[in-house]
Write a protein of this length. Structure first.
Length: 216
């Protein structure tokens, strides 16, 4: 059974035909044991890929692709990476990109295809100037309407700077991880496992937060 309705499929095909420029890879990691939404995550990638021949799905079952998982530092399943054929930008989805997060998924594909973010020039300059590694985790739930914006900011930051990785983590799929990081509300950002921010923030507020992180 298809996960995308005919209406959504037709609308997405129109968007991709209109706004798509360069090829994009959707890299999906799955595993057989204890992975609730691995099958559906791969199916989402395949259904989106079917709408444009320049969107290619690369599927790595962990059981036969441990070396690839290590290469991309994948330890949670399902995992999705949106990349170009030439470059991994550090854009990660851990958990199924469904609900509100599907919007971010499509935005990421278009961002990588067109080679540009939607950030302000001042934000882009700041992000590009960062010279130390930043890992930005964004804990979400599928029904959180504020989460996609925060995830997309993290993914845009990663796109602009190779020192940054942006990770969406679906809190309900990874309850032990959510407990470890004391996730009691979403969206929740955790930067370098030390600095936390809960709730929706503007682009400027996120920049100010990252400046504080870098000065700490």
């Amino acid at each position: 059974m298809a996960l995308l309705s005919d209406e959504n499929r037709n609308r997405l095909r129109e968007i991709l035909n209109r706004d798509f420029k360069n090829p994009v890879d959707i890299i999906v990691f799955t595993e057989q044991d204890d992975c609730k939404f691995c099958k559906e995550t791969l199916q989402i990638a395949q259904e989106v890929s079917s709408l444009n021949p320049d969107i290619v799905v690369k599927h790595y079952p962990y059981e036969t692709s441990a070396s690839e998982a290590e290469k991309y530092r994948i330890r949670l399943f399902p995992a999705t990476i949106i990349a170009s054929p030439e470059k991994d930008y550090g854009i990660r989805f851990f958990g199924i990109p469904s609900g509100y997060e599907f919007e971010t998924y499509i935005k990421d594909i278009l961002m990588v295809s067109n080679g540009r973010t939607m950030l302000r020039d001042s934000t882009r300059d700041f992000i590009r100037g960062i010279r130390e590694p930043l890992n930005i985790k964004v804990f979400v739930t599928p029904t959180c309407p504020y989460c996609p914006s925060m995830v997309f900011y993290a993914h845009q930051f990663a796109f602009e700077n190779d020192m940054i990785t942006g990770e969406m983590i679906e809190a309900m799929e990874f309850p032990k991880l959510a407990e470890k990081y004391n996730v009691t509300g979403v969206p929740k950002l955790v930067v370098n496992d030390l600095h936390e921010l809960v709730g929706m923030r503007s682009e400027k507020q996120l920049v100010d937060f990252l400046k504080h992180v870098l000065e700490s």
